[in-house]
Write a protein that binds this ligand. Structure first.
Ligand code: EPZ
Length: 445
């Protein structure tokens, strides 16, 4: 099984049954790798998945003189000889990754300056970096825009200060954490994101010697310290991948056990999964057995629901796209209000071509009003089900939308062809091997 086919032919209609495993969270591991730059000694990261995002960050670290030893699931990073890299090389290496923006703080601390190429990332909205640049400027950095990207330096070093985010942005919170730990003085961050991956990054930094306190009401205080040591950390499991397989079980009327899945970081998802009519069973493991959660479709109809994505501890926006496919099989009208990204419902068009009945709206439907209300963003959807999905030819638009198309093709009647699997390789480890383990019918093209 290679994980580098670009296209698949899928024969739908077979329930996915069996066991898959998830390893370290794709939205924590690259950030913990960047944190290794802050250490004066080597760091070890465990439970690392083989996904393209890890390849990209390994390449960027090596470009900056970090030695990276990689054995299955483990990374040992030695930042002893951190050095500048050529902007053109960073551009080539970073590709579509947004991770270079998070390297700014650590590189400014180590080298006095940093470079950010024009950033990529999934096509789910404008993906600006204004919060990041505002935070760095408030800490004393100077930002200079050139054709090839942004040059950032801090001649006086980074200075702790009070920073208030206008939205609890995950990336901007990570930016402040990675910049403030070695800044001079204390930084107080308000309206911070508190996703499990953020808390795991704080665990990594605390292991390195950082002084970070999380207060009620999204306030995080970071006291700058003189130096940090390397860490040894076991990355938390990928709750986004686990939920993706759970939605696949619902959409294909299957039964999937996800080894490594952790209940505590999936509480909100598990509530919704149960509301839709799915069944799950948590196994806390122990005595050498891994944690796991079994997700299955109990038979009979699924129930339509109203759901609103939100920052943690709400329903994670990355769970939305796989869930929408399962909701095409629910009886009645489901409502989805996407409040984190302005354009994360575009993938539903292709589902309609497969026979789904999904209407998108610019109004805030279902719950509270959000930043995107009446701003001409189609960020609410009404899904009428159940509908029989039919196979189609599909172009993968983004990471989670791509996995959703995979689920839709597996649930559909007849054959589908999926193109652009590269986007799925970025965040789903060995997913072809996992499809085989779940009795999916497909050929690599
Ligand atoms: C992280 O993206 C995740 N990516 C996303 O997962 C996830 O959806 C997102 O957090 C929200 O949880 C990684 O961790 C690699 P944000 P990030 O900053 O940090 C706006 C996946 O599928 N914003 O919390 O980029 C932004 O446009 C990916 O795994 C600004 O306006 O997300 C968005 O509307 C997709 N200015 C909102 O904030 C900024 O400077 C949330 O973005 C930064 C963000």
């Amino acid at each position: 099984m290679t994980n580098n086919a670009s296209s698949l032919r899928i024969v739908g209609g077979t329930p996915l049954t069996g066991e898959v495993s998830v390893r370290g969270a794709k939205n924590l591991v690259p950030k913990a790798m960047v944190a290794a730059l802050l250490g004066s000694t080597p760091s070890t990261l465990r439970n690392v998945p083989n996904v393209v995002d890890v390849d990209i960050v390994s390449g960027l670290l090596k470009l900056h003189g970090v030695t990276v030893q990689r054995s299955d699931g483990r990374l040992v990073m030695d930042p002893g000889a951190v050095d500048h890299a050529e902007p053109a090389e960073i551009n080539v290496h970073a590709g579509a990754s947004r991770i270079p923006i998070l390297m700014c703080g650590p590189l400014i601390h180590r080298l006095g300056r940093a470079f950010i190429p024009d950033l990529g990332g999934c096509r789910i909205g404008d993906r600006p970096i204004d919060f990041h640049l505002d935070a760095l400027r408030q800490m004393g950095a100077k930002v200079r825009k050139e054709a090839e990207g942004l040059y950032i330096d801090a001649p006086e070093g980074l200075i702790g200060t009070k920073i208030e985010l206008s939205f609890p942005s995950v990336g901007a919170t990570e930016q402040v954490l990675l910049s403030a730990v070695l800044a001079e003085g204390t930084t107080e961050l308000s309206n911070a994101a508190t996703e499990p991956e953020i808390m795991d990054l704080i665990c990594v930094l605390q292991k390195m010697g950082a002084q970070i306190t999380v207060h009620a009401g999204r306030v995080v205080r970071i006291e700058g310290v003189e130096s940090l040591q390397g860490y040894d950390h076991l990355a938390l499991p990928d709750r986004l991948e686990a939920a993706s397989w759970a939605c696949a079980a619902l959409a294909t009327a299957g039964d999937i056990t996800v080894l490594g899945a952790e209940q505590a970081s999936m509480l909100t998802f598990l509530n919704v999964f149960r509301q839709v009519g799915g069944k799950f069973q948590v196994d806390d493991g122990g005595n050498g057995e891994p944690k796991s959660i079994r997700f299955w479709h109990p038979g009979g109809g699924l129930d339509a629901i109203a759901i609103e994505t939100a920052v943690a501890p709400g329903f994670q926006t990355d769970w939305q796209q796989p869930l929408v496919v399962a909701l095409t099989q629910a009886e009645g009208l489901s409502i989805v209000h996407e409040t984190v990204y302005e354009n994360r419902l575009g993938f539903t068009e292709a589902l309609n071509q497969m026979g789904a009945r999904i209407q998108v709206y610019r109004e805030c439907l279902g719950g509270s009003t959000c930043r995107f209300g009446q701003r001409n963003f189609q960020h609410s959807a009404v899904i009428s089900g159940p509908t029989q999905l039919r196979g189609a030819e599909l172009e993968i638009p983004d990471l989670r939308g791509g996995f959703s198309y995979l689920i839709a093709a597996l649930a559909a009647e007849g054959e589908s062809t999926l193109h652009g699997l590269e986007l799925i390789y970025r965040g789903y480890e060995n997913f072809l091997g996992k499809l085989t383990a779940l009795n999916a019918k497909y050929d690599e093209l």
